[in-house]
Design a protein around this ligand. Sequence first.
Ligand code: ZN
Length: 160
Amino acid sequence: MKSTIDKIQNWYLNHCNLDWEHQNGIKIDTLDNPGWSVLVNLIDTEFENTKFILEIENGDSDWIKIKANDNLFMGVGDPSKLSTILEIFTLEFIENKFYQREEEEKEWMLQNTWCNQCNKADLGMSNPKEYSEKHKVLISGKCLKCGNEIISKVTNERTK
Ligand SMILES: [Zn+2]
């Protein structure tokens, strides 16, 4: 079984094309809080224009903040969270089937949403995640306006 580091290493390798790596890449650093920071440039990758947000705050020894916005993934956390940040990047981004979809399709899905809480369409979503349930393909995410969970069903109308 491949480790998280192997998966990230592969992803990096797949994007190096003699050009991308000059402007983009991954930076792992420590913070004076103390803690860790992980920065990943999302430009020219399948994760372009997607938004993601996750925050855990249980005091100085158990915190994590992850944000993807403006084509930058930024994960910071307490001194014990480097592996968790890398695992989240692997699970929510690299292994998330949503990002293997076509550019146009992703954009459409991120914009064409329905939020039950706001009772409004097309507010947009962050944290997109594709999964299957009872032969249906679903995309879950958070409403960009209120943060409530929203779920869209993927239909294959385009291919019919
Ligand atoms: Zn909402």
